[in-house]
Design a protein around this ligand. Sequence first.
Ligand code: ADP
Ligand code: MG
Length: 303
Amino acid sequence: MKIGFCGKGGTGKTTTTTLLATYLAKNGNVLAIDSDTNENLAYALGFDKSEIESMERIRKFNDEIFAYTKTQVDWKTRQVAPVSDANYYEFIDGEMDEFLKSVSISKDNISVAHLGNVEKDNKGITGMCSAYTLMRIFLNHLKVGTYNDYLLVDLLAGDEPLARSMIINLDEMLLVVEPTEKNLSVAKDIIQSLNKLEFENFHILINKSFKIEDKEYVSEYLGIDISRIFRVEFSTEVLQLDNNCELTFDKLPKSIKVEIEELFKSIKENSNHSEELFIKRAKKIDERLYPDSNSKQTEKHHI
Ligand SMILES: Nc1ncnc2c1ncn2[C@@H]1O[C@H](COP(=O)(O)OP(=O)(O)O)[C@@H](O)[C@H]1O
Ligand SMILES: [Mg+2]
């Protein structure tokens, strides 16, 4: 199962990814991918600083990614095209597992890998477009591999990952929100983008909540059925554990544990994975972006 975590910056995407990763790791192998510009998932998961710093960023391996995914990019037009006439939507095979293993660090059934964004040397003087293009290609070719049962993707803040079609290959999206007007207006935009992509499998997690009524408020504000909305209270324990990079599911207060369990149960019941679904979403994007192209041409543009 492939789950993405999205929402406004600071809402709790990385915290929630960590909680779900440590929960799922009790019964299987988890690969968590940090695709946020502010990479900090590995820290949240409690890996050692030296280990994290020595880790290779996936972005460094552009050529390998293009080879695995059978794509090439015209960087001028940023058009993505298949290298050969092979089925453009073909998913990468087992080779990718080995690659992911080589760029990730692991402990206790959890591996983490960083997509990597701007190289440190170029910070402040370069754009993000090439990083986003690579991210899109990479994420849209990922599948649950032979050594991980769950794939969790900590996404960029806001609706950037949706606008850039980075999420269409995921089975489920968890939209993390705070129960404030400012935060929910971003969530509303994200839901609109999900609807446009015909991405129906998403849940809402209200994080840092102070009152039970937040569920009704969020449900009404976003127009989402309350059965898909879960709620984690503001907790100084969570904050402290996270600050110390010691956050795991097992250390959570009981009430939060129960909510995370319920949330995952619902995700599991509703999750819908098929390559056909991915292709349907991809074609939908093509139709919107290139309404006048014939199908052969349109297949060249996205992913
Ligand atoms: N339920 C919670 N209660 C208290 N603090 C929280 C909770 N969830 C997250 N936080 C804190 O909020 C801050 C932002 O969380 P983070 O997961 O880094 O957000 P994001 O990844 O969305 O930018 C962190 O300091 C984290 O410890
Ligand atoms: Mg984060």
